[in-house]
Design a protein around this ligand. Structure first.
Ligand SMILES: Cc1cc2nc3c(=O)[nH]c(=O)nc-3n(C[C@H](O)[C@H](O)[C@H](O)COP(=O)(O)OP(=O)(O)OC[C@H]3O[C@@H](n4cnc5c(N)ncnc54)[C@H](O)[C@@H]3O)c2cc1C
Length: 432
């Protein structure tokens, strides 16, 4: 730490999936970049038998960005699985009442007003809808790539404690002892996640709410093959998703009440598998194993009131978090990173101040509308499917059935979910 340079053009706080993408997108420029990360970084190699509990459904737009910054080969060389189809359904609810579903509710489920929709990448002439990739694989591949840039310095562990604006630079103080003077930069970027310290230090507020839900994650083996399909069943307590992994298993995300989630995490394997089978139904046959640990994450909607301030910008979860039901969180963050990189490089190449608020506002205007639209859509879906009011249930299931028959509407939904709609940054428009 004693010998590291102190002055940079850009300091990125957070080397998670979004911060690392941004560093790679800026890496081939002449900018001097520091990336500060508080936590130990993931190891380069991924053990064969140990799947990360945290996986992400990566859209085609994110794939293009990872390809453009040179990190995609590092992901394919480790492991991932393409999914070509998606099956979503709302097959009636436990017969008992409208209370949140718990494992004590008994089947059979009412076949009443069954609604389902099926997406196939072949319908829009694409090979895949996206890829399921472990978070640590994404991060490790990005960090590999980042280390290859001579103008990028990765400082870890480095926990940001203060951010102070001066006339034409930002001063960033670290928690480490022995740090004689703060690091300075023309621009500081908060890529430090939902509890962003950078956002707090900049005095930027957030709006939003808790969903009063947790997402339980686990890895599960099923009797029937997953057929490279992502499966999602809507239950009154929240959606239950099965994401197809490379080794034939599925990674699940089960959104449910916090009490139920805590019970699911604490259950022994046999009880958990029985609860899962009862909740998911028989589309993948019996649940045969779920070795390893489980974890539950609180689910919130949170949106920063501003993405930028003079010499400061927020990307990824530091700017927005949303319900994981359509797997869009990190994908929006990767689009933020690609967009901000384009805005910064445009300013730099034309001799303008990369930290000027006018420069950064272009990024904010570009991304805020798209992010808000996706957050509103996910929030609306979550509410629509959580409601057990019979007429609404009939309406949504009729809607699902009608949409399933309407090819142009389905194609439009697929293109949005794949991140291929809207005003994309240049590197997301490239053909991979
Ligand atoms: C159950 C669940 C399932 C999900 N599934 C999907 C999915 O399928 N697809 C999808 O797109 N999204 C999904 N998401 C959302 C996705 O995980 C997040 O959007 C994503 O992890 C955000 O990445 P990030 O880099 O912005 O933030 P983070 O991953 O939170 O990274 C922030 C980094 O900053 C570092 N940091 C924090 N504070 C400091 C500090 N003071 N100094 C230095 N470093 C600091 C942290 O250590 C961390 O490395 C899911 C979320 C949940 C909860």
């Amino acid at each position: 730490m004693e010998t590291m340079p102190q002055d940079y053009d850009v300091i990125i706080v957070g080397a998670g999936m979004v911060g690392a993408t941004l560093a790679c997108a800026l890496g081939s420029s002449a900018l001097r970049i520091a990336v500060l990360e508080a936590q130990a970084l993931p190891v380069d190699t991924v053990p064969d038998d140990d799947i990360d509990l945290r996986v992400s459904a990566i859209t085609r737009a994110s794939q293009r960005i990872f390809t453009a910054v040179g990190a995609w080969p590092g992901m394919t060389a480790r492991r991932m699985n393409a999914f070509r189809e998606m099956h979503v359904w709302d097959e009636g609810n436990p017969t008992s009442d409208s209370s949140p579903y718990t494992p004590s509710c008994t089947p059979p489920y009412t076949p009443f007003h069954k609604g389902e929709i099926h997406f196939d990448s072949a319908d829009i002439g694409e090979n895949t809808l996206g890829h399921i990739i472990e978070n640590r694989v994404i991060q490790a591949a990005l960090l590999d790539r980042l280390r290859a840039f001579s103008n990028v310095t990765l400082l870890c562990p480095a926990n940001v404690a203060s951010v102070v604006i001066a006339a034409d630079s930002m001063h960033v103080g670290l928690n480490q002892t022995g740090q004689s003077r703060p690091l300075t930069a023309k621009l500081v970027i908060g890529a430090d996640g939902a509890h962003s310290r950078v956002r707090q230090l900049a005095g930027i507020n957030t709006r939003g709410w808790s969903y009063a839900q947790k997402g339980v994650v686990a890895t599960v083996k099923t009797e029937l093959p997953h057929r490279d399909t992502a499966w999602q069943r809507f239950l009154p307590s929240g959606p239950l998703a099965f994401l197809p992994l490379h080794d034939g298993r599925c990674s699940i995300v089960w959104s449910t009440t916090p009490e139920h989630a805590d019970r699911l995490v604490a259950m022994d394997e046999a009880t958990f598998l029985a609860a899962l089978e009862q909740a998911f139904g028989d589309k993948l046959g019996k649940m045969t194993a779920s070795p390893g640990s489980r974890a539950a994450f609180p689910l919130n909607l949170q949106h920063a009131t501003a993405y930028t301030a003079p010499r400061l910008a927020l990307v990824g979860d530091a700017a927005h978090t949303l319900h994981p039901l359509a797997g869009q969180g990190v994908n929006l963050g990767v689009l933020d990173a690609a967009t901000l990189a384009e805005v910064i490089l445009d300013a730099y190449n034309s001799g303008r101040d990369i930290g000027a608020h006018g420069t950064l506002r272009r990024y904010e205007r570009w991304r805020k509308g798209d992010n808000l639209a996706m957050m509103a859509a996910m929030d609306g879906l979550k509410r629509l499917f959580s409601n057990d009011f019979a007429p609404l249930r009939w309406l949504r299931n009729s809607g699902l059935r009608l949409t399933n028959q309407a090819t142009p509407v389905k194609s439009l939904i697929m293109r949005h979910a794949m991140g291929l709609a809207g005003d994309l940054p240049k590197i997301a428009r490239r053909i991979e």
